[in-house]
Design a protein around this ligand. Structure first.
Ligand code: PMP
Length: 286
């Protein structure tokens, strides 16, 4: 497949970066994953805006404009469609670049590394919804850092949480903080439905401001479905009528089992049906 590295398109197998790149040595970088279906990206400008904010927070100077970045992503989608199929995720990565010293301070005068490649997305819910049996997930205390709003390439904490659930056959691992409140999952945001109201935790340093989360909230708003950005506890999750996970790769994934607890009657719920229909219709327009 074709990839992008520091200003040029090239075969992915030929892409080379320095082992001194701080993305490699320190996990010192910011990334995005932009989903696309049939050649059309979902939420590109929202993904770009989040990336710019992340880069500003870690003081890496962005080297590409929004239009350049959009063109790179679109080119990767168009040139890889034949190989990868209709559903493609574009991984975008900016790391601080290669320094000759291994020294924690941000180096001066180092060119950031910009890398992007395309990969096949397998949506867990297919277009005709023949696959929409709910998922089983694990739940555990969040042991990551206190800056989860930054989409850092340093993902070991997330990877360890994901693996903990995956090892036992779970699709994800939902996380709760020291106060027993749900924050997010290892690579997704969390929603519950209780008595007709959709709840998702408000944005702060404990969770990533997911683009899919934002688009789903916009769909609910547009359709007049009651919803609120509010904290909820592990107990409230367990006794919810529905649980969903959202991410660029998962879209909206219904969950029917959390740890050893079955959610409601163990079936995919009606509010998920509604939300998924709305999202499928509006995802290219929001
Ligand atoms: N939380 C975490 C920790 C994530 O890694 C992700 C995405 N990979 C999300 C939430 C969902 O974000 P988005 O909808 O922008 O993909």
């Amino acid at each position: 497949t074709t990839a992008y590295l520091n200003g040029e398109f090239l075969p992915l197998q030929e892409a080379r970066i320095s082992p001194l790149d701080r993305g490699f040595l320190f996990g010192d970088g910011i990334y995005e994953v932009v989903p696309s279906y049939g050649g059309r990206m979902v939420g590109f400008s929202q993904h770009f805006a989040r990336m710019e904010k992340g880069l500003a927070m870690v003081e890496i100077a962005p080297s590409l404009t929004e239009q350049d970045t959009r063109d790179i992503c679109q080119h990767l989608i168009d040139s890889n469609r034949e190989t990868l199929g209709e559903n493609i995720g574009v991984y975008l990565h900016v790391s601080r670049g290669a320094d000759t010293r291994r020294f924690h301070a941000y180096p001066e005068g180092v060119q950031p590394t910009v890398f992007a490649f395309a990969f096949a997305l397998t949506a867990p819910v297919n277009a005709d919804r023949t696959i929409h049996a709910g998922a089983k997930v694990a739940i555990t205390q969040d042991l990551r850092w206190q800056r989860c709003h930054i989409k850092s390439t340093a993902l070991l904490g997330n990877v360890m949480h994901f693996q903990q659930g995956y090892r036992e056959g779970n699709a994800e691992t939902i996380l709760f903080n020291g106060d027993g409140q749900i924050t997010e999952a290892s690579s997704s945001n969390v929603f519950i439905v209780k008595d007709g109201e959709v709840l998702t935790p408000p944005l702060d340093n404990q969770l990533l401001p997911g683009i899919t989360r934002m688009l789903v909230l916009a769909c609910l708003q547009k359709a007049g479905i009651p919803h609120s950005e509010s904290w909820f506890s592990v107990d409230e999750l367990n006794s919810a009528d529905e649980v969903w996970l959202t991410s660029s790769g998962k879209e909206i994934l219904p969950v029917v089992q959390v740890g050893d607890k079955t959610i409601a009657d163990g079936k995919v719920g009606p509010v998920w049906e509604q939300a998924f229909t709305l999202y499928s219709k509006l995802k290219f327009e929001l």
